[in-house]
Design a protein around this ligand. Structure first.
Ligand code: SF4
Length: 305
């Protein structure tokens, strides 16, 4: 079967040769953009209920892992697992506390990977050294939220970090044996298609291993929800998103892992657009669009230079 992009599923199959499933975890980390250090507002799109199944539970990490493994073994016949520290900023603590939390994976022999989602301004040498120490036994990733390479957009969405801070974090991380994924949102307020493709062009030159894309969507109880209710905010239609995703993927290297091309959200928190939850349909349409164009991921990649 023709593959139009290098999916995370394909990466896992190549890397581990068995069925591997990612377990989303809530380790109780806060975020400097929420606790008042940088801001108490958070990013305009952020609603932590939109994250893992454990967003609102007090289960210990061991329990979260155990329960998820049972479900994924039964439902997806998974044999091995990646611990995905997802909620909040998962390097926002001192290195000693981080080690205590990450070390929980050592009690589960079927965990083969460690994935840590964080902000580019929540990392330093000591934390990177700690994360690097897991690379001898685990497939280790840091997922940096960047969302857009344009500082004016980062200001608008209240990220409270700059594109340059992201680039510096990537450069520091890439010196180690840690894989880097960049999280990008397409359709952010005020961005044209060429702005979005500029983000692809900049990321294409950086030493990143993967990208995670999704369309901007409105979740309940976020600043974006308030702005959306006030009117005047345009959201991408499904076909527009598909078109931009194909343009975007054509510009990045064919060996860059596509971690995700869409997000889904619970019906209780998703305001708009509702089409995001028809994810399989959207993925099929991305493949059809590539087929129609006769292109694929990397078709227009110009190299790192
Ligand atoms: S940095 Fe992450 S956790 Fe913090 S407010 Fe933004 S999206 Fe939410």
């Amino acid at each position: 079967m023709q593959k139009y992009y290098y999916s995370f599923k394909d990466y896992l199959a190549q890397q581990f040769n068995t069925r591997v499933h990612r377990i989303s975890l809530n380790a109780g980390f806060s975020c400097p953009n929420r606790d008042g250090t940088l801001s108490s507002q958070g990013c305009v799109f952020c609603n932590e209920k939109g994250f893992s199944h454990f967003a609102e539970t007090n289960f210990a990490l061991e329990e979260q892992i155990g329960k998820s493994m049972d479900i994924f073994r039964y439902r997806f016949k998974a044999n091995k697992f990646i611990a995905y520290f997802q909620n909040g900023s998962n390097t926002y603590a001192d290195a000693k506390d981080l080690k205590k939390k990450y070390d929980v994976i050592k009690t589960f022999p079927d965990i083969v990977g460690l994935m840590i989602s964080t902000r580019p301004d929540c990392i330093d040498k000591e934390k990177l050294d700690l994360i690097q120490s897991y690379t001898d036994k685990y497939d280790v990733w840091i997922e940096y939220g960047i969302q857009s390479i344009h500082d004016r957009t980062l200001d608008f969405i209240n990220r409270k970090h700059s594109a340059q801070q992201f680039i510096e974090a990537v450069e520091q991380t890439a010196k180690r044996n840690i894989k880097i994924s960049a999280h990008v949102i397409l359709g952010l307020p005020g961005e044209s298609k060429s702005d979005m493709l500029k983000t692809a062009d900049v990321l294409a030159k950086l030493p990143i291993t993967g990208v995670k894309l999704h369309v901007m969507h409105i979740l309940r109880d976020t600043k974006l929800h308030v702005l959306y209710e006030q009117g005047g905010m345009k959201l991408l239609e499904s076909q527009e998103y598909i078109d931009i995703v194909c343009d975007w993927l054509e510009r990045i290297s064919s060996d860059c892992v596509i971690m995700r091309l869409g997000a889904i959200a619970g019906r209780d928190v998703l305001i708009a657009p509702k089409w995001i939850n028809l994810k399989q349909n959207m993925l099929q349409n991305i493949e059809l669009e590539f087929k129609r164009r006769g292109t694929m991921q990397g078709s227009k990649y110009k190299g790192k230079g």
